[in-house]
Design a protein around this ligand. Structure first.
Ligand SMILES: [Zn+2]
Length: 173
């Protein structure tokens, strides 16, 4: 979508707060772009109550705006945000996007794709902070789980403890 088309859709105003300045497109994959001001893009510190604008934006009929509001509300730890999110009437396609897992790929030190339940081997000694031991190079970690929103991290059990391991230090077996 061209910026001119987006500006027209948004009425030349931030699709969160209605501000008319410093507008730019933000990709809200897979829904498409939304038009946001610098504050709503997170480029400057704003008072917490700035985000109350989302309560109004939540009523947008635009799928991309719905998804953007839904995601943003999910990052705000306040009762009003939780309530506003639960009260949203998401379009069916937005409902699907909102609950789909993020498409992040976890790859080992060689670039091989990792999957939930895989066994990996540590390629170097890892000091486990807070646990008081070092996971030795060559240790096999069975049944890993993928950290949902971070492609650089997996979780696995080493010496009976569940730890986070960086994917760059493991090799798939
Ligand atoms: Zn804004």
């Amino acid at each position: 979508m061209k910026l001119a088309d987006l500006l027209a859709r948004a009425g030349n105003a931030c699709e969160f707060c209605g501000a008319a300045e410093a507008l730019d497109a933000v990709d809200m994959a897979p829904a498409g772009p939304v038009l946001l001001c610098a504050a709503c893009r997170g480029e400057s510190d704003v008072p917490a109550d700035h985000w109350r604008c989302l309560e109004g934006a939540a009523w947008s009929a635009e799928p991309a705006v719905q998804l953007a509001v839904w995601r943003k509300l999910g990052t705000i730890e306040a009762p009003w945000a939780t309530e506003a999110r639960e009260a949203m009437a998401l379009l069916p396609e937005v409902e699907g996007w909102a609950h789909a897992p993020l498409a992040v790929e976890h790859r080992d030190c060689n670039g091989a794709l990792l999957a939930q339940g895989d066994t990996v081997v540590l390629i170097k000694d890892l000091v486990v902070k807070g646990a008081g031991f070092t996971a030795k190079r060559g240790t096999a970690v069975r049944g890993i789980s993928l950290v949902h929103d971070n492609a650089g991290q997996i979780e696995g059990r080493v010496e009976g403890q569940r730890i986070v391991i960086l994917t760059e230090f493991v090799k798939k077996r």
